[in-house]
Design a binder for this molecule. Structure first.
Ligand SMILES: Nc1nc2c(ncn2[C@@H]2O[C@H](COP(=O)(O)OP(=O)(O)O)[C@@H](O)[C@H]2O)c(=O)[nH]1
Ligand SMILES: [Mg+2]
Length: 240
């Protein structure tokens, strides 16, 4: 199976303990897939590892930004880069092995018949390994809260393992995306859902990172609470 029409975007910040294994694993499973690393000037030298791979793998790309600028802007940069080229499938994926590289194939397969595919921790049960109960509760409540306020029918609204069909990214006005943290995922889902795009949740097992540190913070959570309300209000006034 050829994957040369698919691009995996991976934002990285201090992933020196994961990046080499991640690139090796992905290239082992999908030798011709394209990978774009959005690297925010990690002080730990993540970029050097990517550069080393680039000397032997022309299908690995990297955009280096100066300093940590958040996941949302990283993905927007990646989406724009993808749309300037002719990828048909564009994926979001973390570098920390929370997302199983083997699931990439399932996400792309489902995207053949859907506009957006979400690797879902919450469809048909709850599948999260090694999260403290507090974090699971926060994530699950965020999902209930978002569904309650916005009416969206997606169970895993904050999940960050997804596959967009090219036409979905084209339909979004990428310059109008206003959130950057967890609500970034909610905003993309909600906007596509409001346009009537078909969204499919594919069950995945999410495993908390073993190596390196999470960049999750309280301010990201606060941003999300307000962003969801903003989305609802903007929809009412037809200003999405
Ligand atoms: N480029 C970039 N990548 C980031 C930033 N924050 C997190 N990441 C990356 O985004 C992915 C998910 O981040 P992580 O800290 O694991 O978040 P968590 O899984 O929600 O705890 C990882 O690949 C991180 O390296 C950022 O500000 N910029
Ligand atoms: Mg993580």
């Amino acid at each position: 199976m050829s994957y040369s029409n698919a691009l995996i975007i991976i934002p990285t910040y201090n992933e020196i303990l994961n990046i080499e294994r991640m690139l090796t694993t992905l290239l082992g499973l999908y030798p011709d897939i394209h990978i774009l690393i959005i690297e925010d000037g990690s002080p730990d030298g993540t970029a050097d590892v990517v550069k080393k791979f680039q000397t032997t793998h022309p299908n690995i790309y990297m955009i280096e930004r100066s300093g940590k600028q958040g996941l949302g802007t990283a993905y927007i940069t990646g989406f724009k880069w993808a749309l300037e080229r002719d990828y048909q499938y564009v994926l979001e994926m973390d570098c920390d092995f929370s997302h199983d590289p083997k699931d990439v194939a399932r996400l792309i397969e489902a995207a053949k018949t859907h506009d957006l595919v979400i690797g879902s921790r919450y469809i048909d049960g709850i599948r999260i390994i090694n999260w403290p109960f507090r974090r699971l509760l926060l994530s699950y409540c965020a999902s209930i809260y978002t569904r309650f306020i916005t009416g969206i029918k997606v169970l895993d609204v904050t999940g960050g393992f997804k596959c967009f069909k090219r036409s979905s990214l084209e339909a979004l006005n990428l310059n109008r995306i206003f959130s950057n943290g967890y609500s970034f995922q909610v905003e993309l889902n909600f906007k596509l859902w409001a346009m009537g795009k078909s969204i499919k949740e594919v069950p995945i097992i999410f495993t908390e990172r073993r190596d390196g540190q999470s960049k999750m913070s309280g301010s990201i959570v606060k941003e999300a609470v307000f962003a969801v309300i903003m989305l609802r209000i903007r929809k009412i006034f037809n200003r999405l």
